[in-house]
Design a protein around this ligand. Structure first.
Ligand SMILES: Nc1ncnc2c1ncn2[C@@H]1O[C@H](COP(=O)(O)OP(=O)(O)O)[C@@H](O)[C@H]1O
Ligand SMILES: Nc1ccn([C@H]2C[C@H](O)[C@@H](COP(=O)(O)OP(=O)(O)O)O2)c(=O)n1
Length: 646
């Protein structure tokens, strides 16, 4: 399973230019395809769902071109009649392509098959098919009744009259009918049965239809009239707004992580309902500023988000972001009226509950509600994403709790936001790490501990973990060549560090791990890839606010490649042997200069020659040769180079 580890964050700050809205992109593509004339579409979203729509339109004979490899497209409209009358369309998991195409093709008079990924075949479409059948469309289910895949036949479409469609499962059914019915040329009334959910998405549909010359009469949210003689006409140029649902992650990041975080591409003038997510955040205490084309979020004055109990029917997608933001609230939070989550990319209520529990929250799942009680302490977890882009994006916010979070199958964000994690990194302020690597007795431990103390940061002596594995192995009678057993020991090492003391199984082993046997053993076990892998996450989890000073051999190269400062600390072998000699004498331990020097040379050679994480200075590390320096000078050298947090 592919995964992405997001590093612990101190907070979030900065600006993000949003990718184009998925809802607008796929609607505009279909309307431009059906219209008379050529449409220039700017800032189209580059994502899987939009790809599926573009492929489908091409298969239907619609000619479109992309300008270079940018986000601007030209679509030559077909004036309401698809040139290709027989086609087999694969639409992935794109509801915004599947539903509207079903309606448009049902009225197109051809033979079409529409299918998608297995999850698409679990997402209901019966209400739309029922409505289209009332108009005389001939549609068969190729699998389970009420679900894709579908076969569409010419049928005998009766133009005009009254159609009924249910509005309480997905608003996309109504959107699909609204966009397709102008193709009949007759006045048609659509009556919505049941309470219409996700109304703002219908508002997007109506606004875009109007841009393309068709004005729908609306009576409340229950009755819509598509006028007679309606024809789509290209508005020549359409700019796709930034995606308001995608904005939610960044705004929440600003509200949780201090901010300000500004998103550009949506604002006060947006036609997308999800901009109202900003109002919801404001109810949690976040400070929100808005311009025509931007929104900015900052943490509440108090620093902590307020608990909430909200009806979120109007912002179903962005509401997921609130479920994760609830982890940072000052009490239990309730999300209401979110039943549509159950028929999205996955059953989002169940998925959200399962994953929030993994990070420590207490969650109560109702049929259309979710109650999230934040934990006193968040837990590191691997988050399953259920092939659902929003699960992946929402859970990135957990890293703002100052802990690592693993996102499984991170590429699922390609559905709507392929560059999400890069953009998130642009506003993220990682917990800083100072990596100090170098050979034995170069002074890493001494310097790192002093620097950590001066900065008030945490300190990791990674060598002691290898020493502990060696000690545990010696005690358990495990040979230092048995890689599998050693890795198992390393993975479950019952070790802890308290006030400068090292504990194994609760017993103080601070001095034991410094013995010659442990030193030699550590160097051997450290050469085993499985042992190194078993200790990797453990080392990374020492990274906590306000910062970490980590010392060893591969801190800068492997464990913390994104360290804010990397120092390679060294000294001549003679100087190091002399220091080690003095250290041992001071502890009352026996030592011999010649054998210490020989041992150092051997260990240097072994640490440098091993194939995994060999000891070497990286190009991005600063060299510090301490042969002729004292401890104070070495510490000052490092402190002077620590980047100041902005
Ligand atoms: N310039 C220096 N920087 C760091 N340590 C020094 C320096 N000069 C002498 N020393 C001494 O050398 C010893 C280095 O040991 P240690 O910090 O345990 O090294 P390492 O962690 O690299 O094995 C300490 O006793 C320290 O006081
Ligand atoms: N990040 C690390 C830290 C230590 N090691 C190895 C290197 C050494 O042989 C052992 C013990 O490391 P430690 O830093 O405690 O050893 P010295 O005090 O420098 O002699 O572990 C490593 O491979 N990677």
């Amino acid at each position: 399973m592919e995964f992405l580890d997001l590093v612990p964050l101190l907070g979030a700050r900065g600006r993000v230019r949003l990718p184009g809205s998925k809802s607008i992109s796929n609607r505009v593509l279909l309307l431009a395809a059906l219209a008379e004339g050529e449409t220039d579409i700017r800032d189209l979203l580059a994502s899987d769902d939009v790809e599926r729509m573009l492929e489908a339109l091409q298969a239907l004979g619609v000619r479109w071109t992309r300008r270079g490899d940018g986000d601007d497209y030209t679509v030559r409209g077909v004036g309401g009649v698809f040139p290709v009358k027989t086609a087999d369309l694969f639409l992935g998991n794109a509801g915004t392509a599947f539903r509207p195409l079903t309606a448009a093709l049902a009225l197109a008079g051809g033979e079409y098959r529409l299918s998608g990924v297995p999850r698409m075949h679990e997402r209901p479409i019966g209400d739309l098919v029922d409505a289209l059948r009332q108009a005389g469309a001939a549609i068969d289910y190729l699998g389970k009744d009420g679900y894709p895949p579908l076969a569409i036949h010419p049928g005998s479409v009766r133009a005009g009259g009254v159609l009924q469609v249910r509005g309480d499962v997905s608003s996309q059914f109504l959107t699909a009918l609204l966009m397709a019915l102008p193709l009949t040329g007759a006045e048609t009334v659509i009556e919505v049965v049941g309470e219409l959910i996700s109304k703002p998405y219908i508002a997007i549909t109506l606004a875009l239809m109007e841009r393309f010359g068709v004005q729908v009469r609306r009576e409340g949210w229950a009755r819509f009239t598509v006028p007679a003689g309606a024809r789509y006409r290209s508005p020549s140029i359409v700019y796709v707004e930034g995606d308001a649902s995608s904005a939610s992650y960044f705004l929440a990041a600003g509200a949780i992580g201090g901010g300000p975080v500004r998103v550009e591409g949506v604002g006060r003038d947006s036609i997308q309902g999800d901009v109202r997510f900003a109002e919801a955040l404001a109810e949690l205490g976040a400070r929100i500023d808005m311009g025509p084309n931007w929104i900015e979020a900052r943490a509440p004055e108090s620093g902590r988000l307020r608990a909430f109990d909200m009806d979120l029917n109007h912002i179903p997608d962005a509401a997921m972001t609130l479920a994760v933001a609830a982890l940072f609230a000052d009490g239990p939070c309730v999300l209401r009226n979110i039943a549509s989550w159950r028929v999205k990319e996955t059953d989002r209520i169940a998925a959200m509950a399962t994953e929030l529990r993994k990070v420590g929250a207490t969650v109560e799942e109702g049929t259309d509600t979710l109650k999230v009680t934040p934990p006193t302490r968040l837990r590191v977890a691997a988050i399953a994403t259920y092939d659902d882009h929003r699960m992946a994006m929402c859970f990135s916010l957990v890293s703002l709790g100052g802990l690592r979070v693993r996102i499984n199958d991170p590429k699922c964000v390609n559905k709507t936001f392929p560059t999400y994690f890069e953009r998130f990194a642009e506003v993220a302020r990682p917990v800083p790490v100072l990596a100090i690597d170098g050979p034995s007795a170069s002074g890493k431990g001494t310097v790192a501990a002093r620097v950590a103390q001066a900065l008030g940061w945490h300190y990791l002596d990674s060598g002691s973990l290898y020493r502990l594995v060696a000690l545990a192995a010696l005690r358990a009678g495990v040979a230092l060549e048995e890689e599998g057993r050693l890795a198992a020991l390393a993975a479950a090492l019952p070790a802890s560090f308290e006030d400068g003391r090292v504990l194994l199984d609760g017993a103080d082993v601070t001095d034991d791990i410094r013995s010659e046997a442990c030193s030699a053993g550590a160097s051997k076990v450290a050469a085993l890839p499985a042992v190194r892998a078993a200790l990797l996450d453990r080392q990374r989890d020492y990274r906590a606010a306000p910062g970490l000073v980590a010392e060893g051999r591969d801190m800068g190269s492997v464990v913390f490649p994104d360290a804010a400062l990397k120092v390679f600390l060294t000294a001549t072998a003679e100087a190091r042997a002399e220091r080690r000699y003095k250290q041992l004498m001071a502890k009352g331990m026996a030592a011999n200069m010649q054998s210490l020097l020989k041992d150092l040379h051997e260990r240097d050679a072994r640490d440098a020659a091993r194939p995994v994480a060999p000891l070497k200075k990286l190009p991005d590390a600063v060299l510090l040769d301490t042969t002729n320096l004292d401890v104070e000078q070495a510490v000052s050298f490092v402190l002077e180079r620590v980047p100041v947090a902005d």
